[in-house]
Design a protein around this ligand. Sequence first.
Ligand SMILES: [Zn+2]
Length: 230
Amino acid sequence: MEIEWHRIFFNDHPYSFFLEILIRTPLMFLAVVLVLRLSGKRGVQQLSIFEMVMIITLGSSAGDAMFYEDVGVAHALAVLTIVVILYRVIVIAVARSEKVEDALEGEPIYLLREGKMCLNEIGGDYLGADEFFGVLRTQHIEHLGQLRYVILEDTGELSVYFYSESEVKPGLPILPDDFNKKKKEIEIAGLYACAHCGNVEHLYAGISEIACRACKKTEWVLTIDRVRIT
Ligand SMILES: [Zn+2]
């Protein structure tokens, strides 16, 4: 098989097509800037789902018109206009109705209450423990007993509420060295945290395969109760 280098790079367009790109690209670029200004959004940090959809739609239609010869610039501009009008309409609908807001942007979810994961509210394993603990570690959290609440906001950000120093309880260690010592056989009696949900129970020495009262899993980690140093 012969590799068609010329077609890969130029798709058999005449070289004058570069001139066309030179006209199309600034047009669409300016149009997207204008449309984003008209959308009323001040920045693109923390996009909700439907804002993300708007950005993807804008990018896709603007990008196509930059270099597909069979996509007319006027048609792409029409798409941008319709998208921004839709966006404005949805913003108004979201402001007026909480139901619309929850449907489009999602609602905040409690991931953790009083040192324990809210597995019922989370509903399945949509956020892996590895990822969740990783985010907590970026906030210098050593174990779940330091935490009163963790809430997943509709922007995807985690809001973390701490216990005061005197309120910190024994909790599930989340530093990899400690967490990876999870085990099913308990050799030393003590306060253990369920490696799956953070539920803390007193376990006796010499037992194994004890099911967590909260989630029925059987892996445990010896708790720690250090306060958070910031
Ligand atoms: Zn558990």
